[in-house]
Ligand binder design. Structure first.
Ligand code: CUA
Length: 314
């Protein structure tokens, strides 16, 4: 793996070189300001020390120098701000074709799950040169998913989904760490990201027998938890139809609308009274405390798959 701008730290994702450049630019600019200010203090302290014969009269009335030394740094730092904001903006939305990986953090391990149902602990296999999108939640406290070689880090928070995306540029094994103090064994909450060439990755995906895709497992849970009793076309109970739901706007009883994303489905399972769909009675029971984070992720994958089936049929 080639070294980046920074010694001893490989730059192995598409965004890493630009983050490094930003870091070095900020470091250089800050060094310049520190040296300028500290240097001037030193020179003045020596030149105008007590008892020196330096000329102390004739202070300049010219304000231009003050405008300059305020204006130039302001412009430089605003440029840095705009540059950093653009990178942040690019990093906030994953490309549509990104490979999804579901992440659950818990004391003290990373549970990772692929679309085909394959599960891993503390190790994540991914293809290079393809964007990968992580959809992350925590089962207990706040953790932080941190891959130094990719220059990415994102908090993993209980009760909500955070996302992160990256594109690895070189095959190799990279360190995964937890970057948020999360209890006794926080320091041991480590793992590896194994970036593989596409052909090698396909071979890895094909090896072994996956336990059924996440959507298939979600479908089983959907029946097991009794969701299908109300949310199926033949049910006698009047509940919203979930076909084609994912990604669409939903009209709520209070007149507002929301996009049916991962967080919306999760809330609907755990806090069904929070967002009641217009035209439906608030009779859905909560599944808080009965269903785990990984199970919710599988049910979400199932509901997503209902969407794609719908699209295919049209
Ligand atoms: Cu998990 Cu620190």
């Amino acid at each position: 793996v080639s070294g980046g701008l920074l010694p001893n730290l490989p730059a192995a994702s598409s965004v890493a070189p630009e983050i490094d450049l930003l870091f070095v630019a900020l470091l250089a600019l800050s060094t310049l300001v520190v040296l300028g200010v500290a240097g001037t203090i030193m020179v003045f302290a020596i030149r105008y020390r007590r008892g020196s014969s330096a000329d102390r009269g004739g202070a300049s009335e010219d304000r231009r120098i003050e405008y300059l030394w305020s204006g130039i740094p302001l412009l430089l730092f605003l440029t840095i701000f705009a540059w950093a904001a653009r990178i942040y903006y690019d990093l906030s939305a994953a490309p549509d074709d990104a490979v999804p990986v579901y992440v659950v953090g818990k004391q003290w391990m990373w549970k990772l799950e692929h679309r085909d149902g394959r599960r891993e602990i503390n190790t994540l296999h991914i293809p290079v040169e393809r964007p990968v999108k992580l959809i992350m939640s925590s089962q207990d406290v706040i953790h932080s998913f941190y891959v130094p070689a990719f220059r990415i880090k994102q908090d993993v928070v209980p009760g909500r989904y955070t996302t992160l995306w990256f594109e690895a540029t070189e095959p190799g094994t990279f360190r995964l760490m937890c970057a948020e103090y999360c209890g006794t064994d926080h320091a041991k909450m480590r793992g590896s990201i194994i970036a593989m060439r596409p052909a090698e990755y396909e071979r890895w995906l094909a090896g072994g027998t996956p336990p059924g895709s996440m959507a298939e497992q979600g479908g089983r849970l959907f029946r097991q938890f009794g969701c299908s009793g109300c949310h199926s076309p033949h049910a006698t109970v009047h509940a919203p139809d979930l076909h084609g739901l994912f990604g669409r706007p939903v009209q709520l009883a209070d007149g507002t609308s929301v996009i049916a994303d991962e967080a919306y489905i999760r809330d609907s399972i755990l806090l069904p009274r929070k967002q009641v769909v217009a035209g439906f009675a608030p009779i859905m029971p909560t599944f808080e405390g009965q269903i785990g984070e990984s199970e919710i992720l599988r049910i979400i994958a199932y509901i997503k798959s209902l969407g794609t089936e719908e699209v295919r049929r049209q």
